[in-house]
Design a protein around this ligand. Structure first.
Ligand code: NAD
Length: 434
């Protein structure tokens, strides 16, 4: 099929490449000329495992191309996916500026007799589809289209497997014609498809991300009880998670959830519920627990180091999760900023996130960035693990200990084995376990 994706970021680019991989012809549109130039040169602006190969293979096979022209994309495709940002506003509600602009841009280029399915893949509040449809028709009375919702559930770091083998595809549509076309798009993936109305599909995405955030906050609240009682949150999580009704995923105690999706989607769902007159207090508690997790952790660091001013502290990890270069809303970044605000001298290392953290000025210039994990630990009075990259688990800890000034480890993601670390001579502090 001929497909167009507007917005070539984490979602749009990976979706476009996966659609091309299964045989569709895909045009990826972006209004960031620098990004389009890079993609046309075969360079990938983001890090996502396997993406470079996938893009290059499909460009070479002439199934994938990049442009800054919405007209080119809309003219040459049966289906137009929208994958532009939906950032939060100050009050937590969703800023729909990007979506509204794309709706007007599509209206400006749709020609009479060109039936198009417009698919909202961005995460949007319930009822956005109705507004996109009305906007396009307001700016182009001859437009022939159906607007449907097809929320994306991929996780950065494993976006390609998530897209190629998703648990389910949700299609929110009120048009049989549009639904049939969408089913053809997903036919090669051979995965379960749930067809709903547009509003339900939009709501599924916010409800799903809020539920996953709730699971994380739940185990984090349990971790505080474990610390107070001497129980081990990892064992408790295993015991809960072996129950198939609950499942072990998303029961990892740590510094709390971050990233470009969970914090904004929980906030958005709270705002949506408030606006609809059905306040969702439970989610406010989810946010409160999440915010408190970093403070509780920092308290532990202070208890061990007494005063943070002038202490040399190493932070391993900058990205919001492993296997990505995405540092947006990363708890690791918040942690570093709090340490610096208290006068600590921070050196950090991350396998993929250092360039973006500097580029977007997310960390103070006083923070040193090291070339390796061991180099970052040189002279440190404390080492904090903030992101659970596999690379950190497989370090030579004899070497790490030898270069540190005082061997104290604060494991913000419970990545290391406490017994092994202590046997090696580290003072070890995890989350929710002794
Ligand atoms: P992103 O910032 O990585 O990419 C968005 C892209 O859209 C950028 O390249 C930007 O230049 C482009 N863009 C903006 N306005 C445009 C316009 N008018 N025309 C053409 N291009 C335009 O964002 P993302 O992380 O891919 O997220 C996109 C949407 O998907 C958001 O709603 C997000 O909540 C949702 N989502 C994200 C993830 C994730 O893990 N990142 C997962 C599921 C859903």
């Amino acid at each position: 099929m001929e497909l167009c994706i507007i917005g070539s970021g984490y979602v749009g680019l990976v979706t476009g490449a996966c659609f091309a991989e299964v045989g569709h012809h895909v045009i990826c549109v972006d209004n960031d000329q620098r990004k389009v130039d890079m993609l046309q040169r075969g360079e990938i602006p983001i890090f996502e495992p396997g993406l470079e190969d996938l893009v290059q293979r499909n460009v070479a096979a002439k199934r994938l191309r990049f442009t800054n022209s919405i007209e080119d994309g809309v003219d040459n495709s049966q289906i137009v996916f929208i994958a532009v940002p939906t950032p939060p506003q100050v009050d937590g509600s969703v800023d729909l500026t990007y979506i509204e602009r794309v709706a007007r841009e599509i209206a400006g280029v749709l020609k009479p007799g060109q039936y198009r399915v417009i698919v909202d893949k961005s995460t949007v509040p319930v009822k956005t589809g109705e507004k996109v449809q009305a906007t396009i028709q307001r700016y182009n009375q001859n437009a022939e289209l159906d607007v449907i919702s097809n929320p994306e559930f991929l996780r950065e770091g494993c976006a390609i497997p998530d897209l190629m083998r998703p648990d389910r595809i949700v299609i929110g549509s009120s048009s049989q014609r549009a639904t049939d076309l969408m089913k053809r798009v997903y036919e090669p993936f051979q995965v379960p498809i749930l067809v709903t109305d547009v509003n339900s599909a939009e709501l599924i995405k916010h409800a799903a991300n809020s539920f996953l955030s709730l699971k994380i906050s739940y185990i984090n609240a349990v971790s505080a009880i474990c610390e107070a009682s001497g129980a081990d949150v990892e064992m408790v999580a295993d015991g809960i998670g072996m129950d198939r009704r609950i499942g072990r995923n998303f029961l990892n105690a740590g510094l709390g959830y971050g990233g470009s999706c969970f914090p904004k989607d929980v906030k958005a769902f709270i705002a949506i519920a408030d606006e609809l007159g059905a306040p969702f207090q439970l989610l406010k508690e989810v946010e409160r627990i999440n915010a408190g997790q970093l403070d509780r952790f920092l308290k532990k660091v202070r208890e061990a180091l007494w005063v943070l001013r002038e202490k040399r502290i190493t932070v391993w990890g900058l990205t919001f999760k492993p296997d990505t270069d995405d540092v947006r809303n990363s708890v690791a970044i918040d942690l570093i900023n709090k340490l610096v605000a208290e006068g600590a001298h921070v050196t950090a290392y991350d396998p993929k996130g250092m360039e973006k953290a500097r580029e977007y000025s997310l960390i103070p210039t006083s923070v040193k960035l090291a070339a390796t994990a061991v180099e970052a630990a040189e002279g440190a009075e404390a080492l904090i693990l903030a992101t659970e990259w596999k690379e950190f688990a497989s370090q030579d800890f004899a070497k790490v200990k030898a270069v540190m000034h005082t061997p104290q480890v604060f494991d913000g993601r419970n990545l290391f084995n406490p017994k092994t670390m202590r046997e090696m001579g580290f003072a070890y502090h995890g989350v929710g376990r002794a």
